[in-house]
Ligand binder design. Sequence first.
Ligand code: DER
Length: 240
Amino acid sequence: DPIESAKRNAAYRAVEDHFNSSMRFVGIGSGSSIVYGVEAIKAHLDKNPAPPNHMNWFVPTGWNSRKVIEKAGLIPIAFDSLPGDSMMEVCFDGADEVDEELNCIKGGGACLFQEKLVAARSKKFVCIADYRKNQKRLLTSWPSIPIEVAPIAHASVLKELAVIGSPDAKLREHSLEKTGPIQTDQSFYIIDAPFPKLLSAFDVKNGADGSGKDNQWDVTTLAERIKKINGVLEVGLFHG
Ligand code: DER
């Protein structure tokens, strides 16, 4: 399958370039591409064992991510039990879409809050994304921005999103088996908010106006605007 091998190649390349056995804490994202990333890390450690009595700990970004770590025979450590202010040397994660500045849309897997929490505490964020994710600008092929919201505030967040330019924003529902909105590992809801294609920092540097006039937004301005809405926990826009 050409897509699976593209994911696998991207994952093995990312691990080859950015992982080494002496790393102590490594963040592990969510989704399907990261499964190949964890596989590549395990294979690397089997070939290049960590120095004696050195531990490699892997910080998951949700229940699914923890399961992927354990299934590969690696050792998870919960984010909230990391010692003191220790940083992760690197965090590997997937994305739903990536632009030329490596800005990402994330949240297809409804894990964006923990993914951003771990990414923010990592010295380096390595995105494992096959050719399908690669676009000039965000919201070219991925249609909407995932937003994690407190259930009690979801109606008011939807109203505010309509005001700032996303009248078709909606709660992410279960697909078939179950009715009702999906809930994240934090028991929050996900809203998917469609917007027109986003401008990049490069466009803004060259005079484009991403302030939301005529619903034209740049990645940074829109991320900040959405984050400010009462009830929003996190926005699925990551900066390159
Ligand atoms: O939810 C996310 O941001 C994930 O990283 C995810 O969307 C990537 O998924 P994939 O690797 O299965 O495409």
